[in-house]
Design a protein around this ligand. Structure first.
Ligand SMILES: [Zn+2]
Length: 260
């Protein structure tokens, strides 16, 4: 047994003195350089892995804000239409820097809905299914290209799950290359508002069998926009693409408020 003034109590006493004077920092303990202040709720952003593709690529959603008005915007359900992904990454950054749009809103972003198709430069998922024909709708076709059953594909199930979880007030799905603003469900006014902010005309393409437009717009009666960018949109650099179509996406978030 060590007596009262043995070596260990002496070392402890010395450390206590050094700590009090800030001269000693314990090894392996993180040094906190900056303590972030708590963020206002409008600035809350979370990144969530919500599932995996057929080839086990993570599918990630970004959630900004926590208001009652919910907007769901997704891109690249067709893997060879990647311009929307660039736009959504920019939109996330823009909203973080301009949180006034998030005060009463929740913005749910799905920048890459079909990561396997994107990696392969293919419209389809890796099983050759067109994910935008895989939803449970009255007009769905039963064939290999549409998937053998509704929601047979994990990527389509993730989109459906996000819609059920967040119950969005409006949806925008970004595609290429038809250069127009198409809509399904009660979205005519939203479509004309968006067309004020870009060079794309409103054009009704008709509900495609088993498409997200048919599912959200006709089955669930959620206003949904299919934003068809022009064919060369993905060849524009990020800034030019954002300058051209960023305001359209901000208008979709702000609707029915005007962004001017
Ligand atoms: Zn498409």
């Amino acid at each position: 047994m060590t007596d009262k003034w043995g070596i260990i109590p002496r070392i402890c006493a010395l450390l206590a003195v050094l700590l009090l004077h800030g001269c000693y920092k314990p090894v392996n303990q993180p040094v906190i350089i900056y303590q972030p202040r708590p963020l206002p709720s409008a600035l809350l952003t979370s990144y969530r892995i919500i599932g995996k593709s057929v080839q086990q690529r993570p599918i990630i959603s970004t959630i900004l804000g926590q208001g009652h008005d919910v907007i769901f915007i997704m891109a690249t359900i067709h893997g060879n239409e990647p311009a929307g992904t660039t736009l959504l990454l920019r939109l996330a950054k823009y909203l973080q820097q301009n949180p006034q749009w998030l005060k009463t809103r929740t913005v749910v972003l799905l920048p890459i809905a079909n990561p396997d198709g994107m990696a392969a430069g293919s419209r389809y998922n890796v099983r050759g299914v067109d994910l935008n024909r895989n939803f449970a709708t009255a007009n769905r076709l039963e064939n290999q290209r549409s998937g053998i059953t509704p929601l047979s594909e994990p990527e389509a199930r993730i989109i459906e799950q996000l819609i059920r979880q967040y119950a969005p007030d409006r949806i925008v799905s970004i595609h290429q290359p038809l250069a127009c603003i198409d809509y399904d469900g009660p979205a005519r006014e939203l479509a004309s508002r968006l067309s004020e902010y870009c060079d794309l005309p409103v054009k009704k393409l008709g509900a495609r069998p088993g498409s997200l437009g048919s599912y959200a717009g006709l089955t669930l009666h959620i206003p949904i926009i299919t934003l068809e960018l022009p064919p060369g949109a993905h060849r524009l650099d990020g800034q030019s693409l954002w300058d051209k179509y960023g305001p359209t996406l901000i208008a979709a978030v702000a609707y029915p408020e005007s962004i001017n």
